[in-house]
Design a protein. Structure first.
Length: 223
């Protein structure tokens, strides 16, 4: 299980990103300032990637990135509230691998993490082959019995979330928070509507998405 450092002085952002990373099987480590980030990097020499906010107390993200590059090629994603080109160029000059402007989608951030780890050779290509249903996360393609099917972005994210948590009973609230994130202003009926559409598009494989009465849904493929 890959360890990911999240360094940001905003607790809400750290915990939100950490939750999404956990859902994808990563082990998040949190730091509230640059000094704590450097301490964790020193303590954990098996880190897979660091996510650094530019504006942090003690040491800013630029300083932490510079210190990382003195010792290793650890993949680094910079977070910033500023979108100026000069800042982005400066980050790349320091050795940052990715640059994401706030506010951002936690799902997009996790996708960037996965893509960056693949490019660095730390993650294999994620292809789920599930008895006639194939999900290629890198290409964002879904095939049923070898035939590609078209899914909306949310339908695709919903399917991937369910498949990555197969065998686990997930509440509607859990699904809503994971796929639509915590800032979504809607209700759990959104989940039911998308599940219904997804089942239809999966055709004979739609039964892989099982209803858990009184709770939500479970993705299950019988052996």
């Amino acid at each position: 299980m890959k360890k990911i450092l999240i360094a940001d002085d905003e607790t809400r952002i750290r915990r939100l990103v950490a939750d999404f990373l956990r859902q994808q099987g990563f082990v998040p480590l949190e730091a509230g300032d640059g000094r704590e980030a450097l301490d964790l990097i020193e303590q954990h020499n098996d880190l897979a990637l660091a996510i650094l906010d530019v504006m942090m107390p003690e040491y800013d993200g630029w300083t932490v990135c510079r210190e990382i590059r003195k010792k290793s090629q650890l993949p680094v994603i910079m977070l910033t509230a500023r979108s100026q080109e000069s800042d982005e160029l400066f980050g790349f000059e320091l050795g940052a691998d990715e640059y994401i402007t706030k506010p951002f989608s936690p799902q997009v951030l996790v996708a960037r993490v996965q893509a960056l780890l693949r490019r660095s050779g730390q993650l294999a290509r994620d292809i789920h082959s599930l008895k006639g249903l194939e999900i290629d996360e890198m290409a964002r393609l879904v095939r049923v019995d070898g035939e590609p099917i078209h899914l909306s972005p949310k339908e695709y994210e919903l399917l991937v979330y369910l498949a990555n948590n197969r065998g686990i009973a997930l509440s509607r609230d859990q699904i809503l928070n994971a796929v639509w994130d915590y800032n979504f202003f809607g209700d759990v009926r959104t989940v039911d509507t998308h599940i219904k559409k997804l089942r239809l598009k999966l055709g004979q494989k739609g039964h892989y998405i099982q209803t858990v009465r009184g709770l939500g849904y479970r993705f299950e493929v019988q052996a």
